[in-house]
Design a protein around this ligand. Structure first.
Ligand code: SF4
Ligand code: SF4
Length: 293
């Protein structure tokens, strides 16, 4: 099967941002600050053949999730819908099954967000966008509001060319960032990222709590994406899973009397629930204590 047939099938599923990346990372990407190799984790950690020894190509798929900005929200946009890992895996398995219907000896492995592969670099290599100063993969049509899924296959598909788009380096993301995570030299430090802190377990330091208090979100942070000019007029997701049954606002006081089992039953399929209710209540409490002042 050639990649045009593969992409046509993906289009029939509503997936119009699909590309092929080589299993070999170009040398210039080894210098990228978001590349795991740059963090000293060693080449074998990145290599897709580490998790699939006979891997020959990577099929990279974007799953857009922008559906508009709701009037009131206290959760990051990416978690208004269902747990995206499940949605992505389901689509990737459909693609894998399609590939195998043509070639029963083909093997594939779907990965979504949880693998040691550098998703954004792979998406860039597959021609699906560029990486902005805000560290996000930015796609021409869907901006940065995309999840990334990858299928490792033991067949060769001609790699796509990396995208020609570029970050404007306008620093809007930097100026809007509650955690001041972006340095002037365009390096990035995640340790005071509000998105990270709202998911970090345990008691936070006064400095960390101060970051949480800067915006009203109790889980995640969209500031550096909302202000990015590349997200100014992005297309709404074609995927029904990210347009229906959405929950942009969570009243954390309702969570307090719930048992963990009740929380799981009610919110267990939601993207914000994987850390449990305790951390959501804690974050809301940090914000409430600001309001009391
Ligand atoms: S806000 Fe400006 S600097 Fe930041 S990622 Fe977008 S274009 Fe680049
Ligand atoms: S998600 Fe929020 S806190 Fe994190 S880098 Fe972006 S703007 Fe800063």
């Amino acid at each position: 099967m050639n990649k045009e047939i593969l992409k046509d099938f993906c289009l029939s599923l509503g997936l119009d941002a699909v590309g092929i990346a080589s299993v070999d990372l170009p040398p210039e990407d080894l210098q990228s600050p978001i590349c795991p190799l740059a963090a000293g984790q060693g080449k074998s950690r990145y290599d897709p053949r580490r998790i699939m020894p006979d891997c020959r190509s990577l099929i990279v798929v974007l799953f857009p999730y922008f559906y508009g900005y709701p009037p009131e929200s206290n959760l990051a946009l990416y978690c208004h819908g269902p747990d995206y890992h499940n949605v992505i895996k389901s689509y990737l398995h459909k693609i894998g099954t399609f590939l195998r219907s043509d070639d029963a000896t083909l093997t594939y492995m779907p990965v979504a967000d949880t693998s040691p592969l550098a998703d954004r670099l792979l998406a860039r290599m597959a021609g699906l966008g560029f990486i902005g100063d805000n560290q996000c993969l930015i796609n021409e049509k869907y901006g940065s509001y995309c999840f990334i899924g990858t299928i490792l296959v033991n067949r060769f598909f001609e790699p796509d060319s990396p995208s020609a788009g570029e970050c404007l380096h306008c620093r809007a993301c930097s100026h809007s960032c509650p955690g001041r995570c972006f340095a002037l030299d365009r390096t990035y430090d995640y340790r005071l990222c509000k998105s990270y802190l709202t998911q970090k377990k345990g008691d936070l330091t006064a400095k960390e709590i101060a970051v949480i208090r800067k915006t009203a979100y109790i889980f995640g942070c969209d500031e550096c994406q909302r202000v990015c000019p590349h997200n100014a007029s992005v297309a709404v997701t074609p995927l029904p899973e990210f347009r229906e049954d959405l929950l942009p606002y969570l009243d954390a006081t309702e969570l307090e009397p719930m048992t963990n089992g009740e929380f799981k039953e009610r919110y267990g399929t939601r993207a914000f629930s994987w850390r449990g209710k305790k951390i959501l209540i804690r974050n809301a409490e940090y914000l409430r204590s600001t309001l009391k002042k």
